[in-house]
Design a protein around this ligand. Sequence first.
Ligand code: NAD
Length: 365
Amino acid sequence: MTILVTGGAGFIGANFVLDWLEHHDEPVVNLDKLTYAGNLDNLASLQGDARHVFVRGDIGDRALVERLLQQHRPRAVLNFAAESHVDRSIHGPEDFIQTNVVGTFRLLEAVRGYWSGLPQEERAAFRFLHVSTDEVYGTLGPADPPFAETRRYEPNSPYSASKAASDHLVRAWHHTYGLPALTTNCSNNYGPFHFPEKLIPLMIVHALAGRPLPVYGDGRQVRDWLYVRDHCAAIRRVLQAGQPGQTYNIGGRNEKTNLEVVQTICALLDELAPAPRRGVADARTGRPIERYAELITHVPDRPGHDRRYAIDARKIERELGWRPAETFDSGIRKTVQWYLDHPEWVARAQSGAYREWVARQYGMV
Ligand code: NAD
């Protein structure tokens, strides 16, 4: 038996492939286009492992996907591939529509063709698992209950609109064609191999280099944070026991403001890698710093920035018995330590393209 994973060189996909192969001997075929966010370094520990087959390609390339399905005959397809960064979707929404909407559509069509040709028993056991986000639900007020699966979709950014469209396609392919599909909607992930344009790794990497820590607006936007390996465990559980046609919200019960997250990172770095000991100086002034929080800099807010996301994960907890293993405190400590232990990964992930992007986005490098 085999599973096909798309987007398995990205942050969550790579963590999932590693997590899967730690728990199973079942091989993984990994289809990834290797956009700026795809990084084979994430999978370096699998070199020579015959259980992992990497294929560079696009989920929107129907002929390629059909060929892979016929060749490897997977019992499940897990779709992680996406354009995933909200800020990039604001500056250039086109790629988001192409991959997240058109790509998911073509993937679904290829999978439907393969699935409908399977013998009866394999058809019933087959699963298509679509990995999505809580951002499809829009924004919450401070006193609103967290997002449950029954919440109306109200996406506000080009990214979340494209993910919402893909979720609807998956739903329709189940209802119309009977494809045994499941969707998971997860809150913000963090952990190892997170591309340094996202909030948590960006702050760690900038702090260690004495660069400003850019916080959007007042920093009081609230997000629910989930350690990436907890997300991987939830996906394994949904694949194993989830009901086709159902959606499952996944969250960590860790609502934090962005400013709290940045302050926590600064405090952990003060403890684990004190600035005076490392000789960190403020890159703007050249003056040595005592504490990393001195680098916090408020920058203009992102247009249409959602104020609060929070997940009600009671369905997956009740029906499938999943619970996160990490608290925010334990997960963020592991994450900061991982970035301290992997400076070579960080250096390679920070390509020229990345630096240009940070300069344009925040007016700073
Ligand atoms: P990521 O940007 O780190 O990785 C995406 C991967 O998909 C990359 O390896 C990229 O090369 C690949 N890819 C992009 N377009 C492709 C295409 N057309 N064909 C094949 N591969 C393609 O994203 P991530 O943070 O790992 O997110 C994975 C999934 O989880 C996404 O669907 C995202 O919407 C969802 N999600 C992410 C979060 C989060 O906090 N990161 C939270 C909830 C849901």
